[in-house]
Design a protein. Structure first.
Length: 51
């Protein structure tokens, strides 16, 4: 999660809200919340964030 926030210059709280609202898909893996690279790319493509 922290890495995603750095990549798109977004706070973790915003990322958690996007995940909760279904804007950014994420999955729990080994106790960590993970975002697939293609899901992050799709979010950026949709224009919701500017990297």
């Amino acid at each position: 999660m922290a890495e995603v926030g750095v990549i798109i210059s977004t706070r973790p709280r915003t990322l958690r809200r996007w995940i909760k609202d279904g804007v950014l898909p994420a999955h729990w893996v080994g106790g960590r919340l993970m975002v697939k690279a293609e899901d992050l790319a799709a979010l950026i493509e949709r224009g919701r964030v500017v990297p």
